[in-house]
Design a protein around this ligand. Structure first.
Ligand code: CU
Length: 318
């Protein structure tokens, strides 16, 4: 083709001096080993420290559960980088090693290399299995919410268009009542609550180093209850009670939000999380009680909390 013919050709084409060949081999070695090595070192040095770069942009986990999520995140990045380095290395290797050295040469035409095809079929399957097993293990650790391991506190969370209501129980907790079934059986005898509105951002108080379970309900549409600093979130689905536990590991103030686009004022579904000492937590519940924000049952959006949106009239029209 025209372009190739116009290109000035190196004097070393075909024959090439020893010095030039030596340089070319050196350059190949640099590509083959230097680049992957530099990438690997950069990565490992990044993950070793506790900075934001080391956490690969994840927030610093403020919960025991968040540490598992961070481990999975970092492990997945390391695995992805190793995979990338091997693949890029192989690509550059074959491009350089098996390049056409002069115009009269036709490279070896290899087809149906069975061992190679078996390898590149099995290797991705093994990778998927490894990623999957680590994901399941992390999920089990994060969602460890067994009856044999009851939480210290249970907070009933209601996500409604467009804010949150937090119901804290008063007195002793009855773990058996907290079976998530759609009954009127709640784990505490009475409740205090803090309900947000479109113009009031509610507060969620949690005692540090204690495990709190959130029972999530929605009377209208799907919301998603999450706190970035805890590295945890979960959908709040009408017609069912989702739940997860969090063990905050350090005191402080964090922001929480709705992660599911749920309507016009979705962006107002913010809340402030205060992780405090047990004494401050008790004091906050006392303050809510003194303010008259009490109820016998938690505020969960009434009957509609147990109904799938759009299916309320089921049975009536027939
Ligand atoms: Cu929402």
């Amino acid at each position: 083709m025209g372009y190739r013919q116009q290109c000035p050709r190196s004097a070393s084409d075909g024959t090439g001096s020893r010095v030039e060949r030596g340089l070319s081999v050196g350059r190949q070695r640099l590509w083959r080993w230097g680049v992957p090595l530099a990438g690997g070192l950069l990565l490992l040095s990044g993950c070793a420290d506790d900075s934001e770069a080391g956490r690969l942009a994840m927030p610093e986990p403020a919960s025991a559960q968040g540490q598992h999520t961070l481990d999975l995140w970092q492990g997945a990045w390391i695995a992805a980088w190793i995979t990338g380095i091997v693949v890029w290395g192989l690509i550059f290797y074959v491009v350089i090693r098996f390049r056409r050295r002069n115009d009269n040469e036709i490279p070896v035409q290899t087809r149906y290399n069975l061992p190679l095809e078996i390898f590149y079929t099995i290797a991705p399957v093994v990778m998927v299995i490894v990623f999957f097993s680590h994901t399941v293990r992390t999920q089990n650790a994060v969602l460890e919410d067994e009856p044999s391991n009851p939480p210290d506190n249970i907070v009933e969370v209601t996500g409604q268009q467009w804010s949150w209501t937090f119901n804290y129980g008063l007195g002793d907790v009855d773990q058996k009542a907290d079976d998530d079934r759609f009954d009127d059986d709640f784990p505490y005898q009475s409740y205090v609550h803090d309900g947000g509105t479109g113009s009031y951002i509610p507060d969620l108080y949690l005692p540090v180093d204690e495990t709190t379970r959130f029972n999530l309900r929605s009377p209208d549409v799907i919301h998603d209850f999450g706190v970035p600093a805890f590295l945890m979130k979960m959908d709040v689905v009408p017609g069912r009670v989702n739940h997860y536990v969090i063990t905050p590991t350090r005191e402080g103030t964090f922001t929480g939000k709705c992660y599911e686009l749920c309507g016009t004022y979705h962006s107002r579904m913010l809340f402030t999380v205060h992780v405090v000492s047990r004494e401050e937590y008790d004091q906050h519940l006392q303050d809510l009680e003194d303010a008259g924000l009490t109820s016998e049952k938690p505020l969960i959006g009434g009957e509609e909390a147990y109904t799938q949106a759009g299916l309320e009239s089921e049975g009536e029209s027939e």
